[in-house]
Write a protein that binds this ligand. Structure first.
Ligand SMILES: C[S@@+](CC[C@H](N)C(=O)[O-])C[C@H]1O[C@@H](n2cnc3c(N)ncnc32)[C@H](O)[C@@H]1O
Length: 297
């Protein structure tokens, strides 16, 4: 954990400040723990990664599932992150997001990459243009973050890249502490994305920016699902039907830019929604959008 992120952590429920107790090497945390003032709350820090998620709530914890994911993709364990990283750098659509990445870099400061997944969200593209970027990658997956850390160490190019395992609907981060939050298929793919937006608003400094490239199902196709199924999905993903512009404005943000881009037809296995659509034999497309919003001064 780089120094620039060391003073942002709080307990996820009470939001009490946490201090680090443990080994520090070259100004970076390595192994120790984060604890509150009274000492009745603490989480381990392992190889510099604060671990706020128990194995039962970690979707990547099961070794068999890890093996199955790797086997399905035909990848060796050590190639899991490099495969996603290189894939994004060589992505044919990459040029379309250049202005977007430049916007994030130009805004500067500390960036939280929400639910980074194996792809790392937009971090690979940001780091490719600005290796000095201050990025905190977070996910529920401990294994994933350790793989990312090892990959980052092997690259030796990103001195400020840091990692933390937490739930983005319960951010263990102080209010008003970061300059930007970035989501590339993060918010729209998780349960409780609407709460993650409220939490993002809280942790951003005034004038801080939310950068999202996410997607929602195309309305007409979504409405072809049985009513009960629609209701269940809307309950977990309130942006479906309501739209992200409304949700984000309700969270307190001012929208700077909103643009609908391409559509993609979901294939069985792509996501939970893709599998539901396949079950009801509905061709379901998702509409991608770019959104930049700011927390007012
Ligand atoms: C949302 S997608 C990842 C998209 C990602 N931006 C990428 O580029 O690969 C899936 C990831 O979200 C993580 N995730 C799901 N719910 C989460 C939550 N509440 N908090 C943090 N991470 C979450 C999963 O562990 C998984 O790695």
């Amino acid at each position: 954990m780089h120094k620039c992120f060391q003073d942002i952590f709080v307990s996820p429920a009470e939001k009490e400040p946490l201090r680090y107790e443990g080994v520090i090497e070259d100004d970076r945390w390595t192994d120790g723990r984060l604890l509150n003032e009274s000492g009745n709350f603490s989480v381990p820090v392992e190889n510099g990664i604060p671990l706020f998620v128990s194995p039962e709530k970690d979707p990547w914890a099961d070794r068999t599932n890890q093996g199955n994911t790797l086997a399905r993709m035909g990848l060796a364990e050590d190639n899991f992150i490099p495969f996603h990283f290189e894939g994004l750098l060589e992505w044919p659509e990459r040029g379309r997001y250049d202005y977007w990445i430049q916007g994030i870099i130009a805004h500067g400061g500390k960036i939280l990459e929400l639910a980074c997944g194996p792809g790392g969200g937009f971090a690979p593209l940001i780091l490719d243009d600005n290796p000095q970027a201050f990025i905190l990658l977070c996910d529920l997956g401990r294994w994933l973050l350790h793989k990312w850390r090892l990959f980052s160490e092997s690259k030796k190019r990103w001195p400020h890249l840091s990692f933390a395992q937490f739930d983005v609907t319960r951010l263990p981060i102080k209010s008003n502490s970061l300059e930007a939050v970035d989501s590339f298929g993060g918010i729209s793919n998780i349960n409780g994305g609407a709460i993650a937006l409220l939490e993002s608003y809280r942790i951003l400094k005034p004038d801080g920016r939310l950068f999202m490239v996410d997607a929602t199902p195309v309305t007409g196709q979504f409405e072809a699902l049985p009513m009960q199924v629609q209701a269940e999905i809307r309950h977990n993903f309130p942006a479906v039907g309501k739209g992200y512009e409304k949700l984000i404005t309700e969270a307190g943000f001012e929208i700077i830019d909103f643009e609908e881009t391409n559509r993609y037809t979901l294939k069985h296995g792509d996501s939970e929604l893709a599998d539901i659509a396949a079950k009801y034999q509905i061709e379901m497309q998702i509409q991608f959008f770019n959104l930049e919003a700011k927390k007012p001064l």
